[in-house]
Design a protein around this ligand. Structure first.
Ligand code: NAD
Ligand code: AKB
Length: 335
């Protein structure tokens, strides 16, 4: 049976009614995604229901609520936090991303894999629902690059991509073998103004806005025509909460769902900024990240996410640029 978007909305409402007393742990809450996701989860579930955790204390709005200093590589510390707060859901966001991962591949592999397995193990008993993000980095140079299908050739070339692909297999394994309710999407590059990115190949698409608003010029480490799939942060956060709130039966893909937002090239992103800052200049000095970007898709087919749980992005390039510039300007004025 095919689920329509209206059906998915009804399922979402039903699902939230089933779990009125969720206690949620966010691991990696001070990262680019965690900062915004934690705030949205607190708006939905209540501040005290959402425990932010990270290696160290952070700053800003995320600290306006419960916080645990937690290294997810420390099993005893993780178990203590789970018990102390009666955690029922975990959003596991801690990871080393694509560009940074290449500096120390073994460390990236250990962190990305060991932490996921630790969280999946906790899904066998206390934790009832787990969210773990994958990435378009699971794809490789021999993947069909246009409208990349949900299921296709996947031969990633970065340690990050290899760890995400292995992670997807583990998620499906834990779901099939132990009925662990783990859910995942393959994010494209995420773009938001409230937090800075942490070592990815797609970071340029955030940095460029900062430079424009600060009145500097921008040197791009990708070629002008390097088209990549991207997504505005509000779409990513909404999609994440929607997949977690959907009834379990509607989640048919237990590895990770393709998700699409907006696809653009650096020169197109630059052009979208010019109406706001006509004197803003860009130059190009491609480095090793260009090779990583080249191995990833140009666009993604996210039909399964749309059919199964009603996914639909809301931001295009124009709306994203307008929102980014307004948000950064007001943030810089407040500082
Ligand atoms: P980030 O690097 O900005 O944040 C990661 C956070 O994890 C940091 O705050 C860091 O301090 C924390 N962390 C690192 N090691 C830890 C440890 N041992 N214990 C506890 N916390 C630790 O990453 P992000 O961009 O927010 O990404 C979050 C997740 O989303 C990652 O799994 C990433 O692979 C995935 N993802 C992100 C993007 C993107 O464009 N940002 C795209 C695809 C997938
Ligand atoms: C990265 O560039 O590493 C991330 C990602 C697409 O996973 N933004």
């Amino acid at each position: 049976m095919t689920t329509t978007q209206d059906d998915s909305q009804k399922l979402l409402c039903l699902s939230s009614q089933h779990y009125p007393m969720e206690k949620i742990l966010v691991i990696g809450a001070f990262g680019q995604l965690g900062t915004e996701l934690t705030i949205s989860l607190r708006e939905k579930f209540g501040t005290d229901q959402v425990i932010a955790s990270d290696l160290n204390e952070g700053r800003g709005d995320v600290m306006d609520g419960p916080f645990e200093q937690l290294n997810i590589m420390d099993d005893a510390a993780y178990q203590t936090v789970l018990k102390k707060h009666d955690i029922t859901q975990v959003y596991h966001l801690a990871a080393i991303l694509s560009a940074k991962g290449e500096n120390d591949p073994l460390f990236a592999w250990r962190l990305n894999m060991d932490s996921l397995l630790r969280v999946l193990e906790s899904g066998k008993d206390q934790v009832k629902k787990i969210y773990w993000p994958s990435s378009i980095a699971v794809f490789g140079p021999d993947t069909p690059s246009k409208l990349t299908p949900q299921t296709t050739i996947m031969n990633p070339t970065t340690v990050y991509g290899i760890s995400k692909l292995a992670g997807e297999r583990w998620c499906e394994y834990y779901h099939q073998k132990y009925a662990v309710d783990v859910r995942s999407v393959r994010y494209p590059g995420l773009i938001g103004y409230k937090s800075k990115p942490g070592g990815g190949t797609t970071d340029y698409a955030v940095d460029i806005y900062w430079k424009a608003v600060e009145g500097s010029n921008f040197e791009c480490y990708l070629k002008p025509d390097m088209m990549l799939p991207m997504m505005y942060m509000d779409d990513a956060v909404r999609g994440t909460i929607e997949i977690m709130e959907a009834v379990s039966d509607s989640i048919k893909v237990r590895s990770s769902y393709n998700l699409t937002g907006v696809n653009f090239r650096p020169d197109e992103l630059y052009k979208s900024i010019i109406p706001y800052y006509p004197d803003f200049k860009i130059s190009y000095a491609p480095d090793f990240r260009q090779e990583i970007a080249k191995s990833w898709p140009r666009s993604i087919d996210d039909g399964r996410a749309r059919t199964d749980w009603g996914w639909h992005p809301k931001y295009d390039l124009t709306k994203m640029t307008e929102t980014m510039i307004a948000g950064l300007k007001s943030m810089l004025i407040e500082q």
